[in-house]
Design a binder for this molecule. Structure first.
Ligand SMILES: [Fe+2]
Length: 264
């Protein structure tokens, strides 16, 4: 991995070192304070560029375009909300996905399968261990967003989301988020409605750099990717980890997310 990751700056291959302990502590502190951390230059610049070059042709011909209208909960009905409540306002999301089975031995797949990567992530999340998925498609995805497209406002269903930005667009593509808009006890539907009206003063924007590793806690932090502008598409790798081993998608989920099934 020495040829893929900046291990001098981020010594995730040396869990016994003081540098590793310091890095984990700073990531944990940022997760606690900001609900995310990012490590700029995690993938080496020429490695990131080569990964993009290998992905782009398949993205043009083989990716699955998924356009949908959804609310921030990804659910039609929410307890305690009438159908016309402004917190249920629909937004549009478009993305183009290449799945792990279409990525060959791209850097992002090699990284996912490298055991110290998951061990490092688990440490930053304060977990004893996290596990890779057994699903041949969902393990690693690369998503493209072209001009006018983006992942729109939503709450995540999983506790942590791990991504690497592979290519930033000329404009747009930033992560926009409103930290702790709700909590386990307080759904704050009025706050959700206010944000969707564009009048929440606490929305922040984070610009990620190419090659940066990002871990984000989005269960109670409403977030979106700002629509892309310009000719250069935004490309992001998404890594799926779970607290238990052996997780796969159902055939129905595979078809819903990717438009096709892949039996395990
Ligand atoms: Fe998300």
């Amino acid at each position: 991995m020495i040829h893929l990751i900046d291990l001098k700056k981020y010594p995730i291959d040396c869990p016994e070192s003081a540098g590793y302990a310091e890095l984990v502590e700073s990531c944990k502190a940022r997760l606690l304070q900001e609900g995310m951390f990012d490590l700029p230059g995690f993938l080496l610049a020429d490695v990131t560029k080569a990964s993009v070059k290998a992905i782009q042709p398949a993205m043009k011909t083989d990716s699955y375009r998924h356009a949908r209208s959804h609310n921030v909960y990804f659910r039609d009905k929410v307890d305690g909300l009438s159908a016309g409540h402004p917190a249920l306002r629909k937004v549009e999301t478009v993305n183009h996905t290449l799945c792990a089975d279409q990525l060959g031995q791209n850097t992002v797949v090699q990284l996912y399968d490298w055991v110290p990567f998951a061990a490092f992530l688990a440490a930053t999340m304060g977990k004893p261990k996290i596990h890779r998925m057994d699903d041949p498609m969902a393990r690693v995805n690369v998503q493209a967003s072209y001009a006018g497209e983006a992942l729109n406002w939503h709450f995540d269903r999983s506790e942590f989301t791990t991504t690497i930005l592979l290519q930033a667009p000329e404009e747009g593509g930033e992560l926009e988020y409103r930290k702790d808009l709700r909590s386990a006890d307080e759904p704050n539907y009025e706050g959700v409605a206010e944000l969707l009206r564009g009048t929440d003063p606490f929305v922040k924007r984070s610009k990620l750099s190419e090659g940066a590793l990002n871990v984000f806690q989005g269960v109670n932090t409403l977030h979106r990717v700002v629509p892309v502008k310009g000719d250069k598409e935004r490309l992001v790798a998404i890594f799926a980890f779970f607290d238990r081993p052996g997780v796969t998608m159902t055939t129905q989920e595979q078809v819903g997310f990717y438009g096709r099934a892949f039996a395990v």
